[in-house]
Design a protein around this ligand. Sequence first.
Ligand SMILES: [Zn+2]
Length: 330
Amino acid sequence: MAKEDKRGKAPENVLGIDLGGTKILAALVNSEGQIIGEAKVKTKAEKGPEAVIERIAETAREALKQAGLGWAEVKGVGIGVPGPMNPETGVIYHPPNLPGWDEVALGPLLSKALDVPVCLENDVNLGTLGEHTFGAGRGTRDMVGIFVGTGVGGGLILDGKLRSGFRHAAAEVGHMIVLADGPVCGCGKRGCLESVASRTAIDRDLRLGIAAGRESMIADLIKSDAPPTSGALAEAWSKGDPLVTEVMTRAQWYLGLHTASIVNMIDPEMIVFGGGVIEAMGKEFLGPIRVTARQYYIQRAGAEKVQIVPAKLGDYAGVLGAAVLARQRF
Ligand SMILES: [Zn+2]
């Protein structure tokens, strides 16, 4: 139950938190869905769970301070976590980007630290929920989110609700196989979408191209230890650099094939593409994905009505989704 304030009225604000491997973002959201206070800090994951939980709590307090509100005016907290978790127990398991977090009862520990109810969910699921409630997917009934960054993640909305599956492991679109016996994926299997269309896969293919003697305007960047920035990659792509174009075209082809498989399975109204790669390349990047996808829809009638669109909320999709989750739960 939400606490009641001095006037006996239940509070309407909720706090959304996005816990990432590199940063923690917190946003206090009012009943109209507006962000009225926010704070961001570096995660410093290497310091271990206890220190990170304290940093999450500090970030939450700072967001409240920005809004000039106290905890009595907050209904509850929703937090998006980067990895497997059990939303019922609040325990997260071996998140790949948080070293040393083998099994951490984040929900109960954070709830104790802040003295408010806390619920949690996978961060990409919450990004999808954020886009569905406040972003590109507003008003749709069935929608799929695909986020292409270092890895590839996804989220599924059916009948207007976030679906996380029987074991809270649904919508792992990045690990659906698109190329049998293809390249090794971050998960250890071969040929997942992530192994052919993520930023990691794009960087690998660019390196292979340069090693094979191909020329490129970003050859020097590829040869250096640090991969090219998204900005440099986007520039080379917009200028028609042949190697970058070839690598991007291959990634788009697999994203298109995969989109068709999703459409053949679910037939959603909309697929929302977000994540670092899509943000950097811009909405033109989706054109070839749309063309490929439509070629593989089993039902061609009305194909143009299935919208394939860019996400709108950027970094805020996750915190806003976390706030929506808290509002639904508490
Ligand atoms: Zn995989």
